[in-house]
Design a protein around this ligand. Structure first.
Ligand code: FES
Ligand SMILES: [Fe+2]
Length: 434
């Protein structure tokens, strides 16, 4: 449970808010590179940390992320002409480059030097692993990008997916780090006899109340959820929260998979998820390896996406959403095949966190033992934002990009083993920079 004040402090990310200022110290995934498919392509409306921005790719292929309102008299640069190394406002022709410099002011007298005095707010962008990253913070020279190995794979070995959620970013993060929901929401209809014997899935559905250990890390928080497996062995599901909004889920085999999710606040009530995954899903990174197990009752992961629109909230929306109860099918729910009655795994997650409302009032909740990871992550976030607010303390990981070289996944360990020491090598992500 949080007080109302703590809830406000931790959730709100707009300009000038403490959490919003702290997040701006980090590089932030803004959009997919593929949303700007080529030089001088159509600009894209991007909502990020409560700021309306226009993304465009100039003639040289560089990406700009510029304020929506033209600095002249505020017409939207979304309508702009993206041509010849800049975006030109169609109202009076003022033109801006990717750095926000005004490079042309054709309705002013030729002797005017006003254009040299004017600058639009524009944030530096870097592309890596199919994502356009931006830095919205105060430093003149931004810190390095975090060494997230899932975002540093060679061309052809990764994929990125995006989808939008109609809720606050922290709800989305908490939905992912709350591991005990999987045995109900996703696998509630899977009985042990439905699952491949002697696999992660089998042990997960045999014991739906794992025990937890949670530890602070340099970059965030890590948990190990454990339950009995083969005689003398314990199945550990290890996952990471990485400041300020990244997660690595415990799916797959530890040491062999590369998955990182970013839960990026568009504003206080909308979140864009970027999922960085291997492609093709490698034999070792896939979900249905013998050790991971499968069941006919395991729901498909991905729901259908609606076609993108140019709206601020029109990108990467699920076809199953709040407007249609996320595709809830009561017959399916009663059938014994799908516990939630919601067709895909992703929609199941999204239904739960969106159904809490745009910003859940955490003073109303009742946390239990299984919420230990959620509790610890909130505590770390609150500590970091207060230290930042009161003393200007640089938040975790900003200047330590190498601390992000970690992985998550499932592993079998001998009973009584020290899970942290035993998995040290497997959790370290060797970075292969492409
Ligand atoms: S409002 Fe953009 S040029 Fe005048
Ligand atoms: Fe889930």
């Amino acid at each position: 449970m949080l007080t109302r004040e703590e809830n406000e402090l931790i959730c709100r990310v707009g300009p000038g808010t403490p959490m919003g200022q702290m997040m701006r110290e980090y590089w932030i995934p803004a959009l997919l590179s593929s949303e700007l498919p080529g030089p001088d392509c159509d600009p894209v409306r991007v909502m990020l940390l409560g700021e309306k921005l226009i993304a465009f790719r100039d003639t040289a292929g560089r990406v700009g992320l510029i304020q929506n309102h033209c600095p002249h008299r505020g017409a939207s640069l979304f309508y702009g002409r993206n041509e010849d190394h800049g975006i030109r406002c169609v109202y009076h022709g003022w033109k801006f480059d990717v750095e926000g410099r005004c490079v042309d002011m054709p309705n002013e007298p030729p002797e005017s030097d006003f254009k040299h005095k004017l600058r639009a707010r524009a944030y530096p962008c870097v592309e890596r692993g199919g994502i356009v990253w931006t830095y919205m913070g105060p430093r003149k020279t931004p810190p390095p990008l975090p060494d997230l190995v899932a975002n540093m794979r060679p061309e052809g070995q990764y994929a990125v997916r995006a989808n939008m959620l109609d809720c606050n970013w922290l709800q989305a993060v908490e939905g992912e780090i709350d591991t005990s929901h999987a045995g109900f929401l996703h696998w509630g209809s899977v009985n042990p006899e439905d699952a491949t014997p002697d696999t992660f899935l089998y042990w997960s559905v045999k014991d739906r109340a794992p025990r937890y250990q949670v530890v602070d890390t340099e970059f965030g928080v890590m948990y190990g959820a454990y339950r009995p497996a083969r005689p003398g062995q314990v199945y550990w599901r290890i996952a990471q929260f990485l400041f300020p909004f990244f997660t690595q889920p415990p799916e797959g085999v530890l040491g062999q998979t590369w998955v990182t999710n970013a839960w990026v606040p568009m504003d206080d009530e909308h979140t864009m998820t970027f999922m960085m995954i291997p492609n093709p899903v490698s034999p070792t990174g896939g979900r249905r390896l013998p050790i991971q197990g499968s069941s006919d009752k395991y729901p498909p992961v991905w729901p259908e996406l609606l076609p993108n629109t140019t709206d601020w909230y029109g990108r990467f929306r699920l076809a199953t959403n709040l407007a249609n109860d996320h595709g809830l099918d009561r017959e399916l729910q009663r059938s014994g095949r799908n516990y939630a009655g919601i067709p895909s795994l992703r929609s199941q997650d999204q239904a739960m966190v969106e159904s809490m409302g745009p910003i859940y009032d955490r003073s109303q909740e009742h946390l239990a033992v299984s919420d230990v990871m959620v509790i610890r992550v909130r505590r770390r976030l609150l500590q970091a934002v207060r230290a930042y607010q009161e003393r200007g303390t640089v938040p975790p990981g900003v200047d330590r990009p190498e601390s992000y070289r970690v992985r998550s996944g499932g592993v079998l360990l001998p009973e009584g083993a020290d899970w942290i020491a035993a998995t040290e090598e497997l959790r370290r992500a060797p970075v292969e920079v492409s």
